[in-house]
Design a protein around this ligand. Structure first.
Ligand SMILES: NC(=O)c1ccc[n+]([C@@H]2O[C@H](COP(=O)([O-])OP(=O)(O)OC[C@H]3O[C@@H](n4cnc5c(N)ncnc54)[C@H](O)[C@@H]3O)[C@@H](O)[C@H]2O)c1
Length: 316
């Protein structure tokens, strides 16, 4: 099969691209490298630096493609509140530009990386796909708008469209930007360095942390299985973990004590969020294989940044 992955030099995209070429598929990637790193891509992946809104580039890259994985996006929730126009331009505009280019080339299928964050704060947990969204950030708006665009335009253009609402993915190679880093690599890094971690609120807020390999398996199934047109599917683990428990697990797997500082709760904070994954199991044959502590151990084992910290400690 021939695949194009937009945003394929990013955290999820690299894992997906490398697994697909390993299985013998042809993989092309387009990424503007605003957040991605192309060095971690397998040399068999055909990489093009470019913007997902650049249609002439897409026309060339889409030639003979069977499935597009649309992962290119700006991904920070708090940053999206500061720069909503940019989030709308890249995330929504990128999706529309891509669908137009797919129509021009007759590309048959798109799988969108959407997000569990569109559920916002819901009383009843776990959340299934029927729950009406509770949009709290421009990022969430951009992901829901992208879902609507792939389904609506997909119907007009004859493109099969599937959206995976991914919950909190983590694993080796997740980027650690100075502003708004994701919680798992941020806390692991701090704990392994012996520094302190800052928790907003009481630490009892929960999330569904899903290891990258499980997300990749779901993406691959969504690209391969028949009869998924128009489906929205949650990808998490179904396990609810509080921030306090996450820190405890990190202490266990690193053998280090965390210094935890509790700060004021942030406005718009979501108390609980955990995925109902029954639909993913039914439609994709999806069964998460990694517990959070196994995934954290594997992250430390495989991520060079954490491996170095382990090595530095055992030599010190
Ligand atoms: N990681 C998660 O927990 C999670 C959860 C839900 C949804 N998602 C979605 O999955 C996708 C991948 O997320 P990730 O965690 O790998 O993030 P990431 O930031 O590592 O990957 C996104 C990639 O898109 C690229 N990109 C950004 N703007 C672009 C543009 N205009 N043109 C081309 N490329 C561009 C970036 O350089 C980056 O490599 C995103 O769409 C994200 O919204 C991720």
């Amino acid at each position: 099969m021939n695949y194009l992955i937009t945003g394929g030099a990013g955290f999820l995209g690299r894992h997906l691209a490398n697994k697909l070429v390993e299985a013998g598929h042809n993989v092309r990637v387009i990424d503007d490298l605003s957040a991605g790193e192309k060095d971690a891509l397998d040399s068999r992946v055909l990489f093009t630096r470019g913007d997902v809104r650049d249609q002439p580039k897409l026309w060339t890259l889409l030639h003979d493609i069977d499935v597009v994985y649309h992962l290119a996006a700006k991904v920070s929730l708090p940053q999206s509140v500061l720069y909503p126009r940019e989030y709308n331009d890249v995330n929504v505009g990128g999706t529309v530009a891509l669908m137009e280019a797919m129509r021009a080339l007759g590309t048959p299928r798109i799988v969108l990386a959407s997000s569990g964050t569109i559920y916002g704060d819901q009383k009843r947990q776990p959340v299934d796909e029927q729950v009406p969204p509770d949009l709290r950030t421009p990022y969430a708006v951009s992901k829901l708008a992208s879902e609507h665009y792939i389904f609506t335009l997909g119907q007009h253009y004859g493109i099969e469209a599937v959206a995976l609402r991914i919950f909190n993915a983590y694993g080796p190679g997740q980027s650690l930007p100075p502003a708004y880093p994701p919680v798992v690599p941020q806390f692991l890094n701090r704990i392994m360095l012996g520094g302190s971690v800052v928790v907003f609120g009481d630490g009892k807020q929960t999330r569904d942390y899903v290891y990258v390999e499980d997300v990749v398996d779901a993406l691959i199934a969504a690209g391969e299985r028949p009869d998924l047109n128009g489906e929205v599917i949650n990808i998490g683990t179904g396990v609810e973990t509080s921030v306090n428990t996450l820190i405890q697990l990190m202490e266990d797997v690193t053998g280090r004590q965390a210094h935890v500082l509790y700060n004021h709760e942030q406005s718009g904070g979501v108390r609980r969020l955990v995925a109902d994954i029954e639909k993913a199991t039914r439609l994709l044959g999806y069964r998460p294989q990694w517990s959070l502590s196994e995934g954290l151990r594997e992250t430390i084992r495989l991520d060079p940044r954490f491996r170095e910290l382990v090595a530095a400690r055992s030599h010190g």
